[in-house]
Design a protein around this ligand. Sequence first.
Ligand SMILES: Cc1cc2nc3c(=O)[nH]c(=O)nc-3n(C[C@H](O)[C@H](O)[C@H](O)COP(=O)(O)OP(=O)(O)OC[C@H]3O[C@@H](n4cnc5c(N)ncnc54)[C@H](O)[C@@H]3O)c2cc1C
Length: 552
Amino acid sequence: MADDADVIIVGAGLAGLVAAAELAEAGKKIIIVDQEPEQSLGGQAFWSFGGLFLVDSPEQRRMRIRDSHDLALEDWLGTAAFDRPEDFWPRKWAEAYVGFAAGEKRSWLIQRGLKFFPVVGWAERGGGNAIGHGNSVPRFHITWGTGPGVLDPFVQRVREAQKRGLISFKFRHRVDELTRTGATVDGVRGDILQPSTAERGHKSSREISGDFELRAQAVIVASGGIGANHQLVRENWPQRLGAAPKRMITGVPDHVDGRMLAITERAGGSIINRDRMWHYVEGIKNWAPIWTDHAIRILPGPSSLWLDARGKRLPVPLYPGFDTLGTLSHIMSTGFDYSWFILTKKIIQKEFALSGSEQNPDLTGKSWRQVLGRATSGIPGPVKAFMEKGEDFIVEADLPALVARMNALAGGEALLEVAQVEREIRARDRQLDNPFSKDMQITALRGARAYLGDRLIRTAKPHKMLDPANGPLIAVRLNILTRKTLGGLQTDLDSRVLGADGQPVAGLYAVGEAAGFGGGGVHGYAALEGTFLGGCIFSGRSAGRAAAASVA
Ligand SMILES: Cc1cc2nc3c(=O)[nH]c(=O)nc-3n(C[C@H](O)[C@H](O)[C@H](O)COP(=O)(O)OP(=O)(O)OC[C@H]3O[C@@H](n4cnc5c(N)ncnc54)[C@H](O)[C@@H]3O)c2cc1C
């Protein structure tokens, strides 16, 4: 049987598109197969905030941040905490990726048309020690145009190659099997799904209208992670994070179903680090959902007071935006699967950002006028909409009324006592009377404001929460939301999938989230943020180049 193309790519998300663009540049013929309709081209990246991890960039230097490759590598390795024999390739990927982020990444992306917002964000500030988890300095560079701004250059290149006859798409084609001749993967087989008019990101039907088979010299799996498949998330949930939450909401579209991982395993690929995941603890139910159980993550500044379900403050240093998985494991140890932020109007105005391209119309729409309006016009529109319509938000002028509504929202037995909550807030407020404090969060806030970017747009001037002049008071119920898969198909630095014997499976490559963003888990146990899109780009590029070199 003749080949239909040189290379087949399963998945038209960012990683698949980057690989396709590289292959087309090398003059290869590619078929991109995706189970979703054409309107969902780009997968998750379209919805993303477009935050990219860069090291020692001009944006950082302009914000007076001193960063270096060595500091970033120490942060990465302290965060990843690689400790398994199968971390051999993930560690190699981590070293290569930090080198990319400190070197060629920015200029390569700028050449392709990306631009960055000038204020660099400080995500995952860490567990409190210089060695260990967290970013020593801000490194989260927001792409101008957010997720669509990251995707556009690659979509454009792929569309141009499509016009030249090098790339063709097969939408609504769901791969169910990787086919082999001998030990070499050389094709895909699956079902053709009924045409769908579902809007971008909405769930599309799985009704079958036929089947298909395609052949090529190589197949690249670019199918994403498992975040929308709660059953798989629960099956692989690590004990070290406590029991899996009874209730989780979903931070990714329905197509992030994880099916393709087992399919690739059946063709000889080895999956490692299944128990490593990156789920968030600041999830709110979207009042205008796009996908099933649609959750939005709050990207919080550091000032909100974080209380558990019984009103006890979370321990040091579990402050907003410091240690995602440390906080998740603590919350699970409380016996509840939610927690609370208490904050003021002044804090929400400056510190609440919502992750997602659609939640940031100013940055996504590349409107400087609207972006500058953020600094002057009070609470951002999308945050205001959540305050008014979101089921997890409560706004009240006084604490007893706030606590009463928090109890009502949680349902069941009233777990929160006004006196307990008031004691936590009042004690915290009292720590502001001196320019120094034993309260580590207050000290952290003052430290954060020494960074220009935080002082400008991210960290409110420390103030007393119970002073009505700073009010009204706001409570937000924070749910656990599923998002990223840190483990995946084991790959070498050419993105070739390795089998259980550690040798490449001939003809088979994996990229993006399906490959744990490189190697089967470039992040190890935890992430520094903004590293996922970059992992798709880096691994997609390496697969594209290696596959182009390998096919005749
Ligand atoms: C709201 C949101 C905000 C985010 N913000 C950031 C951020 O700021 N910074 C950052 O670094 N990361 C961020 N991320 C994460 C990042 O966007 C994703 O990890 C990344 O886009 C994954 O890309 P991918 O190409 O690997 O997979 P996907 O985008 O999931 O694409 C996989 C594609 O494969 C298709 N597919 C799957 N199985 C099959 C099959 N069997 N047959 C055919 N097709 C199949 C799917 O339909 C899909 O189109 C965010 C994610 C979300 C959802």
